[in-house]
Design a protein around this ligand. Structure first.
Ligand SMILES: [Zn+2]
Ligand SMILES: [Zn+2]
Length: 255
């Protein structure tokens, strides 16, 4: 498997906006709108980039907090023609229609939606084929089209996205990837009610430890991470479906 998540944001630096001192005032002091100011030279937030033609990430969250990064055209990502940093472009893509609602936009620092979406995207092909194998007559596979915000019974929030086998009477089995809002480094995967993975992805662990590795090691670590997830998911799916078959066989035997 050579697919890798590309929502990397390590190496960013704070945006430096070089503006004349007279512009560094509150908007209430009679500043002209930004559009009419002489063009500012803004350094790209990518640490290895020297471009001074960066555009600010235009993301503003549900609390009105905006992103403090700016990227040049080579390092920003356009969503509907608007420039964003990679993380927030990933966030908007991840939450789908929720992105149309300004009050639904995740906090600036919340990496959960983009992380869940990244992992689901990288696992998607293999999980679809894994679940298609044991599918039975009358069942079908549904894949969430976006990451959803879910609250548990204690009002703790998590971002999650699922593959679900359903039948006309309801859900049969779901494989769900989620990241809790209060622990955004840790990815958890459930098959039905069984937790089959509770782990920090290697690229996030490295970032929190300040460790940098070459591309080959990065790809290798990601591949091992996804391979372990797939093995755990496959084992749980096989176990659960076998148990269902066994229960069904016993019911037929008794009748
Ligand atoms: Zn750049
Ligand atoms: Zn941003």
């Amino acid at each position: 498997m050579d697919r890798v998540c590309v929502t990397r944001d390590e190496g960013w630096r704070s945006r430096v906006v070089r503006m004349p001192a007279r512009f560094c005032r509150s908007q209430h002091e009679g500043m002209a709108p930004l559009a009419s100011l002489p063009s500012a030279r803004t350094l790209c937030s990518m640490s290895a980039c020297s471009s001074q033609a960066a555009d600010p990430c235009t993301y503003t969250d549900r609390r009105g907090q905006s992103c403090s990064t700016a990227f040049c055209s080579a390092h920003s990502v356009s969503v509907a023609g608007v420039p964003y940093c990679r993380r927030h472009a990933g966030t908007l893509v991840a939450i789908g229609e929720l992105a149309q609602n300004p009050r639904g936009l995740p906090d600036v620092a919340d990496r959960g939606p983009a992380l869940v979406n990244c992992i689901v995207r990288d696992l998607d092909k293999d999980i679809r084929s894994l679940l298609a194998g044991p599918i039975r007559p009358g069942e079908r596979l549904i894949v969430d089209d976006a990451v959803h915000l879910i609250h548990d019974q204690w009002r703790r929030a998590r971002w999650e996205r699922s593959w679900r086998i359903v039948e006309p009477t309801g859900r049969v089995l779901a494989v769900t990837v989620h990241v809790a809002e209060d622990d955004q480094s840790r990815v958890r995967v459930r098959v039905a009610a069984e937790m089959v993975a509770d782990t920090v992805p290697p690229w996030i662990a490295r970032r929190s430890q300040g460790v940098e590795v070459g591309a080959a090691i990065d790809i290798s670590q990601r591949q091992r991470f996804y391979q372990r997830l797939e093995e755990n998911i496959a084992a749980a799916v096989t176990r659960l479906r076998s148990r269902e078959d066994s229960i069904a066989a016993q019911a037929v035997h008794r009748s």
